[in-house]
Design a protein around this ligand. Structure first.
Ligand SMILES: NC(=O)c1ccc[n+]([C@@H]2O[C@H](COP(=O)([O-])OP(=O)(O)OC[C@H]3O[C@@H](n4cnc5c(N)ncnc54)[C@H](OP(=O)(O)O)[C@@H]3O)[C@@H](O)[C@H]2O)c1
Length: 358
């Protein structure tokens, strides 16, 4: 285990005091939980409001009922915020995805003192500590020991190896387990890490690395509503999120948004090559195609219109766009895309099935 660096901008005045002291695990981490520390930090760590009286016998629609309801809602919202603030999140694997999530969480107000990362590579640990002021570990068990939420951010093929290390720790504490590993099913995670755990399986995509990700999330039945909020809060830090109730559709998420960025890259590549074939310099073709992709994407997001509506709006009768779209139709463009998404879905199922042997 390594404790690296001093938090530079911790929003919690107490975390500086504790996390900069000493180099050992006890010095770096236990203070956040210790009673003495909590005593010092009452102002920030203990919810200031007492629970309001329950609704009791107040009559619905009366001012007394509305006032108590408002108080209760305010208390519930405060409690949730408090819960997220106090949550200790450990990442297993400190690669690209973990870095994006950590960066996003810090930006959205999670104190660095609440985050830990286990990462085998010393150089990567140093850079995580330097860039984010989070505690780093070379031992997965130590990082996971006191975590309320454990994010598995390793490659799918590494999962079977880490379950030996983590299973006992997880069974003792039963934290919320969040897996972002592409294609790994919930029943596989339950088999490796124990079936009593609350588990959220996520499928983010590459734009999460720049905070513009799209993530599908799916939970097992042990996940509480609060834990769903926690998982969503973590993934919302790098883009938009949608819950998928039927896990079978997670392979479709992989084929749609998971692999989707590559489809757009391939499309822009083809556009660029088509313009180059007509004599345009590559650099000009690339910048025009790239900006077209960005502009069209922004119009989709910002106009809130269906893609079909936007397409019709730019297609004048007998114009150039119509000529191109008719050519797409003749070549069965929708069928080409549907077949590609089907191929990606099937490959996702195959890759997950290969992990059944472990
Ligand atoms: N990147 C994406 O856009 C994206 C999108 C969707 C889903 N995902 C999923 O997110 C997960 C992480 O992807 P990534 O792009 O962040 O990969 P990555 O950059 O390779 O990160 C994985 C990290 O895990 C570390 N690691 C390897 N073995 C370990 C072990 N036994 N214990 C702890 N850490 C270990 C690796 O260290 P070393 O480098 O030293 O091996 C590496 O730093 C993958 O499962 C992937 O399927 C990624």
């Amino acid at each position: 285990m390594r404790w690296r660096g001093k938090p530079r901008h911790s929003p919690d005045p107490c975390s500086d005091a504790d996390t900069t002291r000493g180099t050992g695990r006890a010095a770096s981490l236990s203070g956040v939980r210790a009673g003495a520390h909590r005593g010092k930090c009452e102002r920030t760590h203990i919810h200031p409001d007492q629970p309001p009286l329950p609704l009791g016998k107040t009559r619905i629609g009366t001012p007394a009922h509305s006032a108590r309801l408002a108080l209760l809602l305010r208390y519930a919202a405060g409690t949730l915020e408090h819960l997220i603030d106090m949550t200790h999140i450990a990442f297993i694997g400190g690669g690209n995805m973990a870095r994006s999530l950590i960066g996003g969480l810090l930006k959205t107000g999670t104190p660095a003192a609440n985050l830990r990362v286990a990462e085998p590579l010393a150089q990567a640990r140093e850079s995580l500590g330097r860039d984010f002021s989070v505690a780093t570990f070379d031992d997965n068990r130590l990082a996971a020991a006191d975590a309320d939420v454990l994010v598995l951010a390793v490659k799918p093929q590494v999962m079977p190896a880490i379950h030996h290390e983590l299973r006992d720790t997880l069974q003792r504490k039963r934290p919320l387990l969040i897996s972002i590993a592409a294609g790994v099913r919930i029943d596989q995670l339950e088999r490796w890490f124990g079936n009593l755990l609350p588990i959220v399986r996520c499928m983010p995509n590459t734009p999460a690395l720049i905070g513009a990700g799209a993530t599908g999330l799916c939970a097992n039945l042990r996940v509480t509503p609060q834990q769903r909020e926690q998982a969503q809060h973590i993934l919302d830090a790098v883009g938009i999120t949608r819950w998928i109730e039927d896990e079978a559709l997670m392979d479709t998420v992989t084929a749609l948004s998971g692999s989707g960025p590559a489809y757009f890259f391939a499309f822009v590549e083809a556009l660029e090559n088509a313009a180059v074939a007509q004599g345009m310099p590559r650099e000009t073709a690339r910048i025009l195609a790239t900006q077209t992709c960005l502009g069209a994407g922004r119009m989709l997001v910002e106009s809130n219109e269906a893609p079909a509506t936007l397409r019709q709006r730019v297609t004048s009768p007998n114009g150039t766009t119509q000529a191109a779209l008719e050519s797409f139709s003749a070549d069965q463009f929708p069928r080409i895309v549907a077949r590609a998404v089907g191929a990606a879905t099937r490959r996702g199922e195959e890759l997950a099935a290969a992990l059944d042997k472990d």
